[in-house]
Design a protein around this ligand. Structure first.
Ligand SMILES: [Zn+2]
Length: 68
């Protein structure tokens, strides 16, 4: 777990975790310039932010969960 600034959550640093395989597939398409392993995801409930571990400005948001 890493603690990083999250532009969505603001405030104190948030805990980020490595991506799941499914999330890596998504990031691979969105960020072809870097290995998906370089990215981490915010663990705060409801936050969909992912960003590169060493550059928090390089990131994006996972799409909202599909409606049931
Ligand atoms: Zn967040």
């Amino acid at each position: 777990m890493e603690f990083k600034r999250c532009p969505s959550c603001g405030g104190p640093l948030q805990a980020f975790r490595p991506l799941t395989d499914e999330e890596k597939e998504y990031v691979r398409k969105e960020k072809p310039d870097h290995a998906p392993d370089a990215y981490v995801r915010c663990t705060r409930e409801g936050c969909r932010r992912y960003q590169r571990s060493w550059n928090w400005t390089d990131g994006g948001w996972f799409p909202p969960p599909e409606e049931a």
